[in-house]
Ligand binder design. Sequence first.
Ligand code: SF4
Length: 66
Amino acid sequence: MPIRLNENAEVVAMIKQGLKEKNGYCPCRREQIEDNKCICKEFREQMADPDFEGYCHCMLYYKSKE
Ligand code: SF4
């Protein structure tokens, strides 16, 4: 289950800045709740899903199947 950062360094810098401004909460979501703290619940579940391949909601991370 390899996880990597987006290959676009500008996207990574932008999302990381957003995370900083939101104190670690997902910059792509409005609600500042525990589930939306990076790494958010949605992506944790996607990481655990053997059939999932793709970016997290914000496109900071990419998960490959193998
Ligand atoms: S894993 Fe991605 S979608 Fe989830 S909080 Fe972090 S940046 Fe946002």
